[in-house]
Ligand binder design. Structure first.
Ligand code: TMP
Ligand code: ASP
Length: 253
């Protein structure tokens, strides 16, 4: 069998050429990194959980008419996606102050924001993904004004969808990051949600206890990351069948 072609290897995922033109295979690794890879580890089973969770969120988004790159899951660690041209911006949506926003503006972590706030970060590891304004985005040609309007609209729709979904299982969606890609349908270009949506790219707090159920568990050494992600998956009813504890058949008398 011919070895498939690696297109790109990132910190948490690998992209391979897909079986048909316009498709790619996205492989979820177990690697966890934080602080621009200043901290790294391998968390057994993380890739499997994120593959399942991203499938679940992307399918849900498609169900409410938000276009995404997801086509179908192939196996425990891989999904078939549409090939997109990634816009070099991280789109962060915040509902509650935390992380860099708390640090940068001195707002106490946990303070509810008066409205969801959208930020753009320029994707460049060497620069540490700096915060940029719409002026930078347009002046440097990373995206057009129309793209920016579409990205804000997509970010808001994803925020409404994910916030409601999480609220239903007792979790507060504090903030999240998405990436957006361009695709062409004939002569028409449109923007779709790409990359992944998983607890790697969200802040998720238990509403009752405030317990963190996202990558901050790894960033701040708060316990088992796979337990936290498994709890999110369990609450959403997205339990991978081949991870966690396998129960043996029991003899019924
Ligand atoms: P921040 O507070 O570090 O800016 O993070 C905001 C949200 O974006 C948080 O949910 C984590 C997510 N995020 C990523 O997924 N990848 C990144 O590289 C960064 C900087 C943030
Ligand atoms: N994703 C980035 C990294 O791998 C930053 C982070 O999530 O903290 O370093």
């Amino acid at each position: 069998m011919a070895r498939r072609k690696l297109v790109y290897e990132g910190k948490a995922k690998i992209l391979y050429e897909g079986p048909e033109p316009g498709t790619m295979v996205q492989y979820f690794k177990d690697d966890a990194t934080a602080f621009n890879a200043g901290k790294r580890d391998v968390i057994e089973g993380k890739g499997v959980l994120n593959n399942r969770l991203s499938e679940f969120f992307m399918n849900g988004l498609a169900g409410i008419g938000v276009p995404t790159h997801f086509i179908r899951r192939i196996n425990m660690r891989e999904q078939l996606i549409r090939a997109v041209e990634i816009i070099p911006l991280k789109v962060v949506v915040r509902n509650v102050a935390a992380g860099l926003m708390s640090k940068r503006l001195g707002i106490k972590e946990g303070t509810s924001l008066p409205r969801p706030i959208i930020e753009f970060y320029y994707k460049d590891d060497n620069l540490g993904d700096p915060l940029v304004t719409e002026e930078h985005v347009i002046a440097f040609g990373w995206a057009s004004q129309q793209d920016l309007d579409d990205m804000v609209a997509l970010g808001m729709r994803v925020n409404d969808f994910l916030s409601g979904l999480m609220l239903g299982v007792g979790i507060k969606l504090v903030d999240f990051k998405i990436e957006i890609g361009r695709i062409w349908d004939g002569d028409f270009m449109r923007l779709i949600v790409a990359d992944e949506i998983s607890p790697d790219s969200c802040r998720l707090w238990d509403i009752e206890s405030g317990q963190k159920l996202d990558k901050d568990v790894f960033r701040c050494d708060l316990g088992s990351l796979s337990d936290a992600y498994t709890e999110v998956a369990r609450r959403l009813g997205v339990m991978p069948s081949n991870t966690g504890h396998v129960t043996k058949p029991t003899l019924i008398n």
